[in-house]
Design a protein around this ligand. Structure first.
Ligand SMILES: [Zn+2]
Length: 166
């Protein structure tokens, strides 16, 4: 029997899977991102330096009566889609991780005073990306944490790609 005839015969048997019953896994590295928002107060202030130094360095950002930002946090996970689910990481799970590790602890809080994992850290956008990475990374079980990007304003953001990247 020719291959063509075999295929034709096989497609007529009820036991053979229809095209719609098959999945075709694709291979490749994917970067998937979840965005979350939170609002926080802070000030930039180095307590080891003089008031004059802080004023010269940070200007209005060192105002002792604080100021606030509408932060936008984007977290990217890198890896291969699972051949069964097609997911690299379930985005609802990534959302849950970001809420538990960052948003629930920082939203409507004073970052200098009220967030234990930020104690002793100058809460610049740069330092926050590193501190957030340290909180998030142990929770990522599928794929690898690739980037933590934090927008302090729509025009200013910092990105952190992990401690091994120089
Ligand atoms: Zn600020």
């Amino acid at each position: 029997m020719s291959a063509q005839a075999q295929r034709t015969q096989s497609s007529r048997t009820s036991a053979s899977p229809r095209k719609a019953d098959k999945v075709r896994p694709l291979k490749g590295t994917v970067f998937i991102t979840r965005q979350v928002h939170f609002n926080s107060a802070h000030r930039l202030h180095n307590p080891t330096k003089s008031q004059a130094w802080n004023k010269a360095q940070y200007g209005l950002c060192t105002n002792p009566h604080w100021h606030g930002h509408n932060y936008v946090l984007e977290v990217t996970v890198k890896g291969q889609p699972d051949p069964v689910t097609g997911y690299l990481i379930d985005l609802s799970e990534l959302k849950r991780i970001l809420n538990v590790t960052v948003v629930d602890k920082c939203d409507h809080r004073n970052l200098n005073e009220e967030v234990p994992f930020l104690r002793g850290i100058i809460p610049s956008t740069e330092n926050l990306t590193i501190a957030f990475w340290q909180q998030i990374e142990p929770h990522i079980k599928t794929g690898k944490l690739y980037c933590v990007r934090l927008y302090e304003t729509p025009r200013n953001y910092a990105e952190f790609f992990g401690p091994e990247v120089s």
